[in-house]
Design a protein around this ligand. Structure first.
Ligand SMILES: Nc1nc2c(c(=O)[nH]1)N[C@H]1C(S)=C(S)[C@@H](COP(=O)(O)O)O[C@H]1N2
Ligand SMILES: [Mo]
Length: 422
């Protein structure tokens, strides 16, 4: 069987590969094949009675067997529920779209209850005509659909000093990827007649924290969306219902939820969220500022500590996610030996600009331990750094913008653990 893609081989050799696996697998596998399997030979209860009627679930939830696919938090990070974060269960998802129901949440002062009726958006500052839009007003502007990832700048932030959290949900789960429907911010700024001396916009939300951020005018006019739908339906309350800002490729903190005001200014406001927070202090005490775009990053989501290998040796699907705030992902490599050798993974689809890319490496696992890593490359030729390379540049004072290569130590029994290689 070919090492990186069994499907490239002829169907025949792939099938014979599977037979070998069956023999090598746990005894129960072959016992099941030899004795009558009641799930195949006996009529089951679900064929002898009716299932639920169509009125049972007007709005569907996942079936009870999938009850573990939920957002989780890290207790010691959650001093206070209203100013906290939870994590997307990326170990259990596939494809690239994050369902809203399990997409991570980050609130500085809790998720507020704001109706469409009470919603207002003001544009003021350096404009010809200060304007206030209702929700219905926004719906009358031409709108667009785009898939974008939103990554909190603190994603992987707890791993700077050492391998700490034993699960990809916790190390990399401050990310989600949705299809947004919204009005380009440019159209609203044009409606208000923005002054070309205004080089910045300051955006703030309707919640108590307001989460104010300055965004350069070039970005505001380029691809920022004033969004009201995600994955086809209204935004969930926790993601900013009824309207949030979408700032493609840039750190999650700028994606202001419950957006209520956009002020055109000629200088940045230097708010709390862009000075004391979301900046990286280097070893010499100098802080990096205006680090908006999230650098290329990837991680193996399965196998991983929360998604161990249960089926023994043989065909194994290694999979993960890659993304870049600077454009498209062009290539992802996977290493099984802690970065000594690399194989190029298969991208499920060609990389899309500022969106998650799913990769697969279909291997024939010999059952020996692995130090699994993935390494993303984007269209600018940027290569995701190792932990050591990143620490050499940033030191150890940082919390934010950690995009280093992650290692999972996969044991012979299929269990995986968060480790570092040097
Ligand atoms: N109004 C407002 N917008 C906000 C926040 C907030 O607390 N209030 N949190 C920010 C942060 S830090 C992040 S990472 C993203 C998270 O978006 P999500 O909760 O939809 O995942 O929203 C940003 N927008
Ligand atoms: Mo964030």
């Amino acid at each position: 069987m070919s090492k990186n893609n069994p499907f490239k081989q002829s169907r025949r050799s792939f099938l014979s590969g599977s037979v070998v696996v069956g023999v090598g697998a746990m005894a129960s596998g072959s016992v099941r094949a030899q004795t009558a399997d009641p799930l195949i030979t006996e009529p089951q209860e679900w064929v002898q009675s009716f299932g639920d009627g169509v009125d049972a679930t007007p709005y569907g939830l996942p079936i009870k067997y999938e009850g573990g696919v939920v957002r989780r938090n890290v207790e010691w990070l959650t001093a206070d529920q209203v100013s906290s974060i939870n994590f997307t269960p990326i170990h259990a998802l596939d494809g690239t779209i994050t369902p809203q129901g399990c997409a991570f949440e980050r609130h500085h002062s809790g998720a507020i209850d704001l109706s469409k009726k009470n919603y207002r958006l003001m544009i003021n500052g350096l404009v010809d005509t200060p304007l206030v839009f209702t929700y219905e007003d926004l719906e009358r502007f031409p709108r667009e659909n785009h898939i974008y990832f939103c990554e909190c700048a603190a994603n992987t932030g707890m791993e700077w000093a050492g391998a700490q959290l034993n699960g990809v949900q916790f190390t990399h789960g401050m990310i989600h990827n949705m299809e947004y429907t919204g009005v380009p911010l440019r159209l609203l700024l044009e409606e208000a007649g923005y002054d070309t001396t205004g080089k910045w916009v300051f955006v703030e939300g309707a919640d108590a924290s307001s989460n104010g951020r300055s965004i350069p005018m070039d970005k505001a006019l380029d691809d920022v969306l004033v969004a009201f739908k995600a994955n086809g339906e209204a935004l969930r309350k926790e993601h900013g219902y009824p309207v949030r800002l979408v700032v493609p490729g840039w750190e999650g903190n700028m994606w202001v939820k419950w957006i209520r005001r956009i002020e055109v200014t000629n200088s940045p406001v230097e708010s709390r969220e862009e000075t004391s927070k979301y900046t990286d202090t280097l070893s010499d005490g100098v802080s990096r500022k205006w680090t908006w775009a999230m650098d290329a990053k990837s991680v193996v989501t399965s196998p991983s500590p929360q998604a161990p290998i249960r089926h023994g040796s043989g065909p194994l699907v290694v999979t993960g996610l890659a993304w870049s705030g600077h454009g498209r992902i062009t290539r992802v490599d996977v290493s099984k030996d802690g970065g000594k050798t690399w194989e190029t993974a298969r991208l499920a689809k060609p990389g899309e600009r500022m969106a998650l890319t799913r990769f697969y490496l279909d291997i024939n696992w010999d059952g020996s331990e692995m130090l699994l890593q993935s390494r993303a490359m984007d269209e600018n030729g940027y290569v995701q750094p190792t932990k050591t390379q990143l620490r050499d540049v940033r030191g150890l004072n940082s919390i934010y913008h950690n995009n280093c290569i992650q290692t999972w130590w996969v044991r012979e029994n299929g269990e995986a653990e968060n480790v570092e290689v040097s």
